[in-house]
Design a protein around this ligand. Structure first.
Ligand code: C5P
Length: 317
C-alpha cells in the first residue's frame, strides 16, 4: 500500500509528476499524531487516574530516554519511503529482511540475550525463506507496469534500506529494554515516544518539504489510500510495541515472516494464482526455521548461564 500510494500519483513526466504525489514526511508526521491520540485514549481507559501531561512533561528524564529510539524511528520511517520510491518492490523486500539479523545482533548486544547455534541457523533460514517467498509475491510487479520507474536511484534506495535495518534492530531492542526494565506502562512509554517522534518528524517535514507544505498545504496529494497508509502505520506501530512487550523483537520477526507467508497463501486462494516453486520452498524454509527456533527456546543451552528467553519472561506490569 505504501509503495503503491507513492507511485500511483506519479505520471511519466518527471517534475510535474513528482508534485502530484503527497509529501512522505507529512505522512510520517500524521502517523505520529494518530498514535499519540490512540495512546491518550488507551491511558484514559486502562489507567484513568494517571495525569497524562505529568507523565510526559513532568518526568523529563523518562521522556528524554525516548529521544534516541524516536529519532531513529522518525529517520527510519522517512528512509523507508525513500527506499520504496527508488527500489523495485522485490529488491526492497529482499534487502529489508536483513533486519532479522540486525535485530538478533542487537538483542545480544543490548539485552544480553544469548542465542544458541541452532537459533542463529534458524534466523538465517528465516531470512532466506522470507526472501524466497517475497520474490514470488513481488515478481508480478514488473518495471514496465510501474510508473515510478522514472528517476530512480538504486544506490540511494539501498543505502536507505540498509540504514533502516540497523535502525530497526537497534530501536526495537532499546525500546524492549525500556519496557521490560521499568514499571512505566506501555501506553505511557508510547506516548513519550510519540511526543519525541512527532517533534522529530515535524522538524523533518519542515526540512524536507517545508516549502511545498507552505505552498500547497500539508495534505496536498492525499487520497483515501494515503490516509489508509497513515492509519496502518500508526496502528502497526502500536502493534509492534505490544508484541515487543509480551514477546520480543526476535519473535516479532518470526510473526512478521509468517504473516507474509499467510498473505501469500490468501492471495493464491482468492486470486486463483498457483504458487511458484520459489514460494513453496520459501514457505517450507520459514516454517522449518520457526520450528527450529521454537524448539531451541524450549531447551535452553547448557553453554549459557541464562536461558535464551530470559528477557521475554520478565514481565513488569
Ligand atoms: O520494521 P520495524 O519493526 O522496525 O518497524 C517498527 C515500526 O513501528 C516503526 O514504524 C516505528 O515507528 C513503529 N513503532 C512504534 N512504536 C513503538 C515501536 C515501534 O510506533 N513502540
Amino acid at each position: 500500500m505504501m509503495r503503491y500510494s507513492r507511485v500511483k500519483g506519479q505520471g511519466s513526466q518527471g517534475e510535474e509528476a513528482d508534485s502530484a504525489t503527497y509529501a512522505a514526511s507529512t505522512a510520517v508526521f500524521m502517523a505520529e499524531m494518530i498514535k499519540m491520540v490512540l495512546c491518550v485514549i488507551m491511558i484514559r481507559i486502562t489507567e484513568p487516574d494517571k495525569r497524562i501531561a505529568y507523565e510526559v512533561f513532568g518526568k523529563p528524564r523518562e521522556t528524554l530516554r525516548m529521544v534516541i529510539p524516536s529519532g531513529l524511528y522518525a529517520l527510519q520511517n522517512n528512509l523507508l519511503y525513500i527506499a520504496l520510491t527508488h527500489l523495485e518492490a522485490a529488491t526492497f523486500q529482499v534487502t529489508y529482511q536483513l533486519k532479522i539479523l540486525s535485530t538478533a545482533i542487537f538483542s545480544v548486544l543490548l539485552l544480553g540475550r544469548s542465542l544458541s547455534t541452532q537459533q542463529w541457523i534458524a534466523l538465517v533460514l528465516l531470512m532466506v525463506g522470507v526472501t524466497l517467498v517475497q520474490m514470488e509475491s513481488s515478481g508480478t510487479n514488473d518495471e514496465t507496469s510501474d510508473p515510478g520507474a522514472h528517476g530512480k536511484n538504486s544506490i540511494m534506495g539501498l543505502t536507505a534500506v540498509l540504514a533502516s535495518c540497523v535502525s530497526s534492530g537497534f530501536s526495537g531492542c532499546y525500546f524492549e529494554k525500556l519496557l521490560k526494565t521499568s514499571r512505566t506502562s506501555m501506553w505511557v512509554r508510547n506516548l513519550q515516544l510519540g511526543v519525541c517522534g512527532a517533534t522529530f518528524s515535524f522538524v523533518g517535514m519542515l526540512l524536507a518539504d517545508g516549502v511545498a507544505v507552505w505552498q500547497h498545504g500539508m495534505f496536498h496529494g492525499y487520497s483515501l489510500l494515503t490516509w489508509l497508509v497513515v492509519i496502518n502505520q500508526a496502528l502497526g506501530g502500536l502493534l509492534v510495541a505490544t508484541v515487543v512487550k509480551y514477546a520480543d523483537n526476535i519473535l516479532k520477526g518470526f510473526a512478521t515472516s509468517l504473516s507474509i507467508l499467510l498473505s501469500g497463501l490468501i492471495t493464491f486462494y482468492f486470486f486463483d494464482f498457483s504458487p511458484s516453486p520459489a514460494f513453496l520452498v520459501g514457505a517450507t524454509v520459514v516454517i522449518l526455521a520457526t520450528y527450529l527456533y521454537g524448539r531451541a527456546m524450549k531447551t535452553p543451552t547448557h553453554s549459557s548461564s541464562a536461558p535464551s528467553t530470559a528477557i521475554s519472561t520478565v514481565k513488569l506490569h
